[in-house]
Design a protein around this ligand. Structure first.
Ligand code: GTP
Ligand code: MG
Length: 693
């Protein structure tokens, strides 16, 4: 670092809290940060619109249980879904420094520890969960011994050491994070048990200390919970330790990385692609299914003061071309930059230095490519849910109005008639009611068949068959000679899983046909207006399965045969795989369930409405029988009711439109309030970043 530069480890004049609070509107925002914020604002706005809609629908009792669940789960996702960005590299390439520069420069100092040599010793997850107070949670390394997966241990707070963090004090915040550097001495035996010592691959083993012991990490995983504005918007940042721990921690490679939405792979410009960089890339990141960015960090170290700017520039370009060739990544995904300069520039507010650091190019790429993709996913989800609910509520409203019109006809027909006629009509209403109530037997029978069929559909995608299939695969890997058949068993497992999904899809379709038939009869015989929404489309889950398959299959190649031979690895592999597959199957099951509930809820709703309508007719007639003058009053009343429904219809249409507009609004990315720092910056975000998809 240059002599005049700000000491990045010292306490700045600005407290983190005020800067954190500022970050969503303040002056030191940068492309990725700003776009992520815009995505967050968009989601919050959309969630608010949907909430208004739900409130109105509930107030007017227009929301069936199923449709209500659908909107609630949409709101839940809009409010809480995470965007995971992982930083992966060999040690000391500058992952932590890059995270500091992108996310924590506002704190005015270095927050994540970054130093020469091995620094980050365990995976560090940065996020915000408002249920918990700000703090640092550390999972002791010894928990590896009992084979439980990280996902399982997350739910057991007593196994974690918790330390509160005072976010109003950057120095103490940074100090608390020093824990992620924690190491201790262990015997080789212990290190072997914990997965840090491998007799077969001595190159990756930690150096031996004087007393014959070795250094191992104190912690298995760290979770930092801080109300940073971006983390509040659902961003999760994953910082990982260098090579050895990646190799030793299947959890990271088979669990955390595949679930990241983006992986940023960091190289050092001073070293280029080393053998161990390449190993990490090949073993863990080569899968096409990951969204990957490559950073060539530390370009400041390449600058030769005796060469011209052009020569230095050519040198950097040359390095990028090589990286792009070696990793087989397009040049557009390789970003030469200097994380340290960027951090320093942001801390000092030095626009020229920030431009020199070339960090903005990476941030712009993340902002332009990643965020619109996430947004499109939410947009589609929202539009689909709105369409289903709108169709259902407008049908409910139409029904209500139809009943009012019928009643008006009936009552108008009574004008000038005598009380004998009214009595006759009352009789007719009574008879019609009895006639109508016959439908309940039919509905009851339908319910029984429906729930029985549903149960069998759901059974096909429940945890039971899933576990049987996965266990079968593990058994065949264990028994396979030299693990050579591992890949085949794995591919077979996925074929079986796809078959299970296809069967569920077909059974759901059969159930739909059965319901459609019964509904048609009920509609014809009893004047219902029951609709049968199309069966849920499960192809999305096939895609999820394909993604998991692609992500995991690389752990089953020949080069991994040795790891597979370790029972601990195989067991962890099984658990990770189970927990990811369970999510897919559970989501598929809950989609089917939701669809089934939406479908059957309308029967209850219409039944209720029809009964109410009969009751109203009866009551009107009874009142008219007692006083003829009531007739006109009653007619006026019903007309007013119909008017009210008409205006609800208009209001509802507007609310749906408003939600739909919020979902399809595309002007995210640029906040209008550029601060002075931002506007003076030469490499300001081009306008296209704001709207491109
Ligand atoms: N010259 C220069 N040094 C950098 C740059 N980025 C990071 N460094 C330094 O490189 C060293 C390692 O950086 P870290 O961020 O700790 O690296 P890491 O990848 O997180 O390493 P581990 O935590 O050990 O896996 C630190 O001293 C950083 O200050 C850069 O752009 N230029
Ligand atoms: Mg680090």
């Amino acid at each position: 670092m240059s002599e005049h530069s700000h000491d990045l480890n010292s306490t700045p004049p600005t407290p983190v809290e005020s800067v954190l609070a500022e970050a969503s509107s303040g002056s030191v925002q940068e492309p990725f940060v700003r776009s992520l914020d815009a995505l967050g604002v968009w989601r919050v706005t959309l969630e608010e619109r949907v909430r208004d809609l739900v409130r109105f629908l509930r107030e007017q009792s227009l929301l069936d249980e199923g449709a209500g669940d659908l909107l609630d789960s949409l709101r839940q996702r809009l409010a809480s879904e995470k965007l995971v960005v992982a930083f992966v590299a060999e040690f000391s390439r500058g992952k932590s420094e890059l995270i500091n520069a992108i996310f924590f420069a506002d704190a005015g100092r270095r927050i994540m520890p970054a130093s020469p040599g091995r620094t980050t010793m365990c995976p560090v997850e940065l996020g915000w969960d408002p249920e918990d107070p700000p703090g640092l949670s550390l999972l002791p390394i010894e928990t590896r011994l009992d084979g439980a997966s990280l996902a399982e241990l997350r739910g057991q707070p007593r196994l974690w050491r918790r330390e509160p963090i005072d976010v109003s004090d950057p120095a103490s915040f940074a100090h608390a994070l020093n824990a992620v550097k924690g190491v201790r001495a262990a015997t080789v035996d212990e290190a072997r048990q914990l997965g840090f010592w491998d007799d077969e691959q001595p190159a990756d083993n930690p150096p031996m200390l004087d007393d014959g012991q070795v250094e191992i990490p104190l912690w298995r995983h760290a979770v930092i919970n801080v109300p940073h504005p971006l983390l509040k918007r659902g961003l999760v940042v994953l910082d990982t330790p260098g090579l050895n721990a990646i190799g030793a921690e299947p959890e990271l490679t088979v669990g955390l990385l595949p679930s990241a939405h983006v992986v940023v792979f960091v190289l050092g410009a001073d070293t280029g692609v080393t053998k161990s960089d390449l190993e990490i890339w090949r073993d863990h990141l080569a899968s096409q299914s990951l969204t990957r960015y490559v950073v060539l960090n530390k370009i400041d170290a390449l600058v030769d003061p005796l060469s011209s700017t052009e020569e230095n520039e050519a040198q950097i370009t040359q390095q990028c071309v090589q990286v792009s060739r070696t990793l087989e990544m397009p040049m557009g995904r390789v970003f030469p930059l200097s994380a340290r300069q960027a951090l320093e520039a942001r801390v000092e507010g030095n626009a020229q230095l920030l431009a020199d650091s070339r960090l903005l190019a990476l941030e712009q790429a993340l902002a332009q490519q990643l965020l619109p993709q996430r947004r499109a996913v939410f947009e589609q989800l929202t539009l689909e849910a709105l369409a289903v609910v709108q169709q259902q509520t407008s049908r409910n409203l139409t029904d209500l109005r139809r009943h009012l019109t019928d009643q008006l006809h009936e009552l108008r027909g009574l004008r000038g008639r005598n009380s004998g006629k009214v009595a006759l009509m009352l009789q007719r209403v009574g008879a019609e009611t009895v006639e109508f109530e016959r439908c309940t037997t039919q509905i009851q029978a339908l319910r029984t068949v429906h729930s029985r069929t549903l149960r069998s559909v759901l059974n096909g995608v429940s945890g039971e068959p899933l576990r049987t299939l996965v266990d079968g695969m593990v058994r065949s890997i264990r028994e396979s000679f030299l693990k050579l058949g591992a890949r085949r068993s794995f591919v077979q497992l996925f074929a079986d899983l796809r078959l299970a999904l296809d069967t569920a899809q077909k059974d759901a379709q059969d159930l739909r046909d059965l319901l459609a038939g019964s509904f048609a009869r009920l509609n014809a015989e009893y004047g219902f207006s029951l609709a049968t929404p199309s069966a849920p489309e499960l192809s999305r889950f096939r895609d999820d399965l394909a993604l998991i398959e692609r992500n995991y299959v690389q752990y089953l190649g020949l080069s991994q045969a040795m790891r597979l031979a370790q029972p601990r690895f195989l067991e962890q592999f099984r658990r990770m795989l189970m927990s990811r597959l369970r999510v897919v199957f559970e989501s598929a099951a809950s989609e089917i369930e939701l669809w089934s509930r939406t479908t059957s809820a309308q029967v209850d709703a219409q039944l209720r409405e029809r009964r109410k309508a009969f009751k109203r007719r009866r009551e009107s007639l009874e009142r008219i029988r007692t006083a003829a003058s009531d007739l006109e009053a009653r007619l006026l009343e019903i007309e007013a009711q119909d008017q009210r429904l008409a205006s609800i219809e208009v209001r509802l249409h507007a609310l749906f439109e408003r939600s739909r507009r919020a979902a399809t609004r595309h002007e995210m990315g640029l906040a209008s309030d550029f601060g002075p720092f931002q506007s003076s910056m030469p490499a300001a975000l081009p306008a296209s970043a704001a709207t491109s998809t």
